[in-house]
Design a protein around this ligand. Structure first.
Ligand code: URA
Length: 420
């Protein structure tokens, strides 16, 4: 068998055999196929799709392409959470300590940004000293002691995904259901958690643009996870507008800390609490409403915020920055963006930050969100950067992502449904 033949077969629209898919995955990790060949096959999959059987084999082969973490010491208490990616999505930073403060063992490996979406690991690196790489032993003993550890995806975990993920990011082959299913679920299966909650985003800032696409993706991920013996729930959430008000690495850590300090009640806290409640519900076999009551209590009591500091401190991060968020280095330049006219604002998540710089202090604080009525003098958002020269262009791109109307757009449900 040659990779050339496998590419040609998928290019011509035929389903691949199990042997061919496993061969492709092997080639992606042992270097026997070059990037152009891997990318050609990814594009052929993007265009021609995969059957459910092909997707299941691809997921299994990718999960087994490296080490599989053994979390059996935590029994049924281990849990993981994954988002399909959006703008301003810092829910992992909130959900993990909430669940851990309630006795769940959160053993989480996160990725870097993909496409226009930010990665949890990039955000955590904004905290001075935070180590996103630790040994397996240290990772597991921190989960045991603290209840939460959150590190970057190790090179040994689903290395096929690591390779294919970065190729997809550069070749416009991200938004494809079989490739997303296999990418997400191979990592989740290899990372070993018994309970898995998936946040499947839909809307202009998500890879899945419509609720129908998001539900199709969610159903396939839940089916594969259950077939592999895991408890899985997927929540469909809106990503037509950024989640929360802060976008940018340090800014998102700040906003997450403020939610856990009970200072913010917003779309961000709502989605985070729902995801955390699903984790608690799956882990302890508890009705969702009871789990939600525990989630609200642990945040209100300060236990969840204390857990966030304990976790960040255990990983070498400056937990004192979370108490006093003004300690995060400020960007050198900022600009308040004002509307050109009165009206109700609609803000598209994707375009706003598509090429946002990755320096930790850079980002956007939204002062108004979709549906808000604004007057000419109001501030829509503040842009932060260490490169002042980029501000005028960023301002015009921000404004071009907005529309203004006399009447507010119809509200969209933030949480559409749960697939179990
Ligand atoms: N998140 C992932 O981990 N993989 C994808 O393919 C898309 C989102």
């Amino acid at each position: 068998m040659t990779i050339y033949d496998v590419i040609a077969k998928k290019r011509d629209g035929h389903p691949l055999t199990e042997e061919e898919i496993r061969f492709f995955v092997r080639c992606s990790v042992d270097g026997s196929a070059d990037d152009s060949q891997l990318t050609a096959l990814l594009m052929a999959i993007y265009i021609n799709g995969m059957t459910d059987e092909e997707t299941a084999v691809l997921t299994d082969a990718m999960a087994r392409s490296g080490d599989m973490l053994d979390l059996s010491r935590f029994g049924s208490l281990s849990a993981d959470k994954h988002s399909t990616g959006g703008v301003g999505d810092k829910t992992s930073l909130i959900v993990a300590p909430i669940a851990a403060s309630l006795g769940v063992k959160m053993a989480k490996m996160s990725g870097r940004g993909l496409g226009h979406t930010g990665g949890t690991v990039d955000k955590l690196e904004a905290i001075p000293g935070y180590r996103t790489t630790v040994s397996d032993d240290e990772f597991l003993s921190q989960v045991e002691k603290v209840g939460v550890a959150l590190i970057g995806q190790t090179a040994d975990l689903a290395p096929a995904d690591k390779k294919l993920y970065s190729l997809r990011d550069h070749t416009a082959t991200v938004g494809c259901i079989p490739l997303i299913v296999s990418s997400v679920m191979s990592k989740k299966l290899a990372a070993g958690a018994k309970n898995i909650v998936l946040d499947v985003k839909y809307g202009s800032g998500a890879f899945m643009k419509t609720p129908e696409q998001a539900e199709a993706l969610a159903r396939k991920m839940v089916t594969i996870g259950k077939a592999c013996g895991r408890n899985v729930a997927a929540v469909l959430t809106d990503m037509d507008t950024p989640l929360g008000s802060h976008i940018g690495n340090a800014l998102e850590v700040v906003e997450a800390a403020e939610v856990l300090k009970n200072n913010v009640s917003s779309d961000l806290s709502e989605v985070s609490f729902v995801l955390a409640a699903h984790i608690v519900s799956l882990t302890f076999g508890m009705p969702f409403d009871d789990a939600m009551a525990h989630v609200r209590d642990t945040v209100a009591s300060g236990a969840a915020f204390a857990k966030m500091k304990e976790w960040v401190g255990a990983q070498g991060g400056a937990a004192s920055y979370l108490d006093d968020v003004s300690r995060f280095p400020a960007a050198a330049a900022s600009l308040a963006v004002r509307p050109p006219r009165d009206g109700s604002v609609s803000l598209g998540a994707g375009r706003t930050v598509k090429d946002a710089p990755i320096d930790h202090a850079a980002g956007i604080i939204l002062r108004k969100k979709t549906g808000d009525f604004v007057r000419e003098g109001d501030v829509l958002c503040t842009l932060y950067t260490n490169q002042a020269a980029t501000l005028p262009d960023a301002q015009s791109r921000f404004l071009s992502a907005l529309t203004f109307s006399e009447t507010a757009p119809a509200p969209r449900p933030l949480i559409l449904k749960t697939v179990k």
